[in-house]
Design a protein. Structure first.
Length: 293
């Protein structure tokens, strides 16, 4: 490992940059023009980009569907009826929400890990605050993998209901070349593979493996065992989106009688923790999950 091995967190205008072992890993976009904070791009340990560039960058031949799929993000499509998921400025949805930076509490760099602590406010179309989000992200130094931990606490300012919709919640839009449509494969903890067997099913983790620049790599999302409704359901698509979503039961079960919504009373909190591992093909995600406490 290089002598300079470290995780370096650097603040810039509208974003925070993360470098590992002297190489860029990702940037956290939080500026005033952002409708929800997101990480873009995400890279492997040797620098291959595993997230789609669009809509942040225009790349010839890349898909341009779902412009709200921005890198890696946490949002939801129905919060007191407001859409924080599909919240692009040009969206035709009348009830759009916006997740606004309140403050960066602190950033720390270090030899083994770096952290970003931030506070956001979830606001409705009129700018009325519904939730306070306190987020910690930890980025680890690892010679072969890129590992991130997310700890997100949502505190209700007024009574808040996270509605039942598949449009959520902790999500990554992968590079087109990794998608199932382009020969990639998603697998869950039970060994089920492919969108038909993974979408809407409960599982502690999902690993999505595909090709990037001639190399087979994977991105796994791990659902913390202490999360609400663990193990989570998965909004996992063959075109490269996959997301942990505990709320979308009537979609996932194709049963309108089900209600996966969750209500949080004023002053109360709901907490979500996830680990993301960007790894070479062949990683033992079951073993990684066993070590996730």
């Amino acid at each position: 490992m290089p002598l300079c091995a470290e995780v370096k967190i650097t603040r810039d205008t509208g974003r925070i940059d993360v470098a590992i072992d002297g190489k860029p890993f990702t940037s956290f976009f939080i500026g005033p023009d952002v409708t929800k904070p997101y990480l873009h791009p995400l890279r492997t340990a040797d620098g291959k980009i595993v997230t789609r560039h669009f809509p942040m960058e225009m790349v010839e031949g890349e898909s341009r569907d779902h412009p709200h799929h921005r890198g890696l993000y946490f949002a939801h499509g129905a919060v007191n009826g407001f859409d924080f998921w599909g919240s692009e400025p040009n969206s035709k949805t009348p009830k759009l929400g916006k997740i606004v930076l309140d403050r960066i509490v602190k950033t720390t760099s270090g030899k083994e890990k770096g952290t970003i602590d931030a506070v956001f406010t979830w606001k409705d179309t009129d700018g009325k605050p519904l939730l306070t989000e306190t987020r910690r992200m930890i980025f680890y130094d690892n010679p072969s993998d890129r590992v991130m931990d997310f700890d997100i606490v949502l505190k209700a300012i007024e009574k808040v209901t996270f509605g039942d919709t598949k449009e959520g919640t902790f999500a990554i839009r992968l590079a087109d070349s990794m998608s199932e449509k382009k020969g990639g494969a998603m697998t869950n903890a039970q060994g089920a593979s492919g969108m038909k067997n993974v979408w809407g099913k409960p599982s502690p983790w999902v690993d999505y493996v595909g090709n990037v620049d001639g190399e087979k790599v994977g991105v796994a999302i791990l659902d913390h065992p202490g999360n609400p409704k663990h193990p989570t359901y998965w909004h996992a698509r063959d075109y490269g989106l996959f997301a942990a979503n505990i709320f979308g039961e009537h979609d996932f079960f194709n049963d309108k009688a089900r209600n996966g919504s969750v209500t949080v009373e004023p002053g109360k909190e709901i907490r979500f923790r996830y680990r993301v591992i960007i790894h070479p093909s062949g990683e033992d995600i079951a073993k990684d999950y066993a070590a996730y406490k």
